[in-house]
Design a protein around this ligand. Sequence first.
Ligand SMILES: [Fe+2]
Length: 485
Amino acid sequence: MGCPSIPAIVLAAVIVLIIGGSFGMYMANLYKTVSAAKAAPPADSDQGKRQLRWGRPGILRRQLAERLGFGGLAIAAALGGAVLWSDLGRIDKALLSLAKADAARLSPGLPEDLEALDAEARSAVEDRLKAFITAGSANPDGRFAVASIYDLHHRLVADSVAPDRVEAADVLSFPRHRAIGGEKAWHTARLVSGQLYLLVATPLYRPDGKQNGWFEGIYHLPRPILSRIVVVELRTTMLVIVAVLATTALLYPVISGLNHGLFTRSQALLQANLGTLEALGSAIAKRDSDTNSHNYRVALIAVRLAEAAGLQRQQVRALIKGAFLHDLGKLAIPDAVLLKPARLDEAEFAVMKTHVAHGLDIVNHLDWLADAADVVGCHHEWYDGSGYPRGLKGEEIPLIARIFSIADVFDALTSRRPYKVPFPLDKAVDLLEQGRGTHFDPRLLDKLLELAPRLYADLAGREDAGLESELHAVTQAYFAETVFG
Ligand SMILES: [Fe+2]
């Protein structure tokens, strides 16, 4: 197909620019949003708190608008392009038919045999061609500006150019004399000074239906006709695009409303899950004669260490769950063992170790808690492989379990426990160093030691109510995005 390519390229370029620009803006926006989410600020930072209070629902609405807008633009471009292409194909066929019908008017006045013409007969053919060109000049809708006749051996018999063609030089630069052959018509198109020209090659037939030669001509479509076609096509294409975009715009409040309802219910479900998590953590602490404060401090220390170690937010969420639930299995340990004030004997210690398996058994039955399994199952593993229950070594121990392990001991050392007073920071650091490479991952220990002065100043031994609200804010910030997606 030749003709559609010219206006199609112009219109397609406009559409591609519009869509390309919108797509580029969309991608840039999306990249910014995703980058912001990945490089999430620490939850207890001002930015994190602000995002928690105001940012997330706004991001959700913006993402919906962006995705709907992009989808609408893509559909509009696809439909508009399809309509345009289909229409231009139809116009192409119509123009070709017009040119072929015009060319067919030549045949009745031509000799049946174009192969061996004497000078007189050739002159008659030239006159016929010239008359054909001249007669067409009066047609305001289009006419042949150049016409040639060839015999079946592709030899030029006659050639004629309309005398009033000021752009004849450009027009004649068409790749002529190459399309002739076989019995099928052929054409291509070109814009010259804003006017459309079609190079048409079509067989010539004798009255008995046998082919006796070829006609080749350059058909001129005047600017007003071309403009009318372009305007009609533009209007149709734009109507399709506007209709699709309007439909998309109407869909936005509907989907946004549905989303809001879904968001509200999801948020309520999240709060229920987090409440359950905190209640379970509290139940374990009470069963173990421990305090909630220890759980809160360990969770906060672990989160800060995880942030310093560059963990993904999903891993931090699993770590928070694990921090609350790490000793969940102690609910199944008999009081005689769990609460024994003296040192456990070997058999009792074997029973105590089963709290890991009991804990795993519980969390693995609940989808929402399943990602806590790494901490629950491995919080007693040691870096050198001497821990339990599986004796995992080095990086075989899940990263969040290694982080939790350090946080748990740091808090135990720096806070008051039934069997000890809180140690000062330097003594706690010395004791942690003794576990380097045996109990603790050395690289994570380095990270903790960098944070240690700040952690000690902020959290060591704290029992106040502010601790709970601080952890609550951190937890909300990390889990809120599971509702917003
Ligand atoms: Fe434990």
